[in-house]
Design a protein around this ligand. Sequence first.
Ligand SMILES: [Zn+2]
Length: 418
Amino acid sequence: MRHLPSLSSVALVCSLAFAAGAVQAAPDAKLLAAAEKAQPALIENLKEMVLIESGSLNSEGLMKMADLTDGRLKSLGFQTRRVKTTTGAPAEIVVGTMKGSGKRKFMLQAHMDTVYPAGILNTQGYKVDGNRIYGPGIADDKGGIAVILASLKILLDSGWKDFDTLTVLLNTDEEVGSGASGELIASTADQQDYVLSFEPTAAKSVAKGESLLLGAAGIAKATMDVKGRAAHAGAAPEMGRNALYELSYQMLQTKDLPKDIPGVTLNWTVATANGPLNQITEKAQALGDIRITQPGAEKKLDAALQAKVASGKLIPDTETTVKVDVNRPAFLAGDKGLAVAKKGQEIYKEIDRELGLAPMTGGGTDAGFAGRSGKATVVESFGLAGFGYHARDEYIEVDSIVPRLYLVTRLLQELGKQ
Ligand SMILES: [Zn+2]
């Protein structure tokens, strides 16, 4: 198990490193001490948030989260506004802004909703066990919110003003596709130089070490509809045109199309054709899960689907239509994001830690909306190390708190100087 070295051992490690000719910089002792001092309050804040159940459909819980985070931001000196959701569960997105005296515009984003149903705390409560703290949503993404609030407190308490504007955006529907917040995230991000997104990083039990994320798959949905003709299945089946047969044919015809299109996958996962049993099927529909790892690949897939469906059919007189709807754009940090992540790696080295860079994950993230236009530099996974999200017994690792606070505060300082 790796421990964050104490200040004295950091000094020792660094002096040895310098003696050996290494280029590792010494840690910013004041900042590291501030991060260590901030840990108990961060855990308290985390506990308070975990004890608010805030599933994506839980309006009451989401409003409590909005009140809590809004209050915290105000006490840090932010001006805040609340944006009411217009789709999904009624709730309020929290946006805090602050003016500084530097040049760069920064946005820090995380989400207040969780995947869990109401009542989850009755069976999976808040629990401290050694280096782990358990609780629904504790890593995904309340840990991210806690790191944002604590990092900003450290920096602002120290008198840091090296920014033009600071924006904090906390949304309410990430776990259900960000239908109500995606456009707000995209348009707010377009006004920034840098967007740091605070989803969790994987815990030690499942990953070699903490990391930043440079890419995430986008998500889209394919819908294929077939219209046939109904007829009595016993008396006159030849009069019918079986939509279910045609749907099956078209699914098989199209399933391998992504093999020729880099950066996209398609899997038909749902099909419906509701009888009745004694009738040749009149209508059938299939839904396909699409994952996008290269921007624009979904458009090429759409074109290929249209061409394939138009090129032939199994059952004459049937009509097949297919469409592609993008739910969440792909996230690609690109060279700009990579440069920021590498700065993060140098900062982790200062405290004698390795920071991994994950090029791509299959899970979607709001970083996709933030980076959609390519205007802002976006990097993901500044939240706490944890595991069990979207599953059972979600937890964070306590020994990731100080390194993450150090990473975020030092990185903002560095980026603010540019
Ligand atoms: Zn999340």
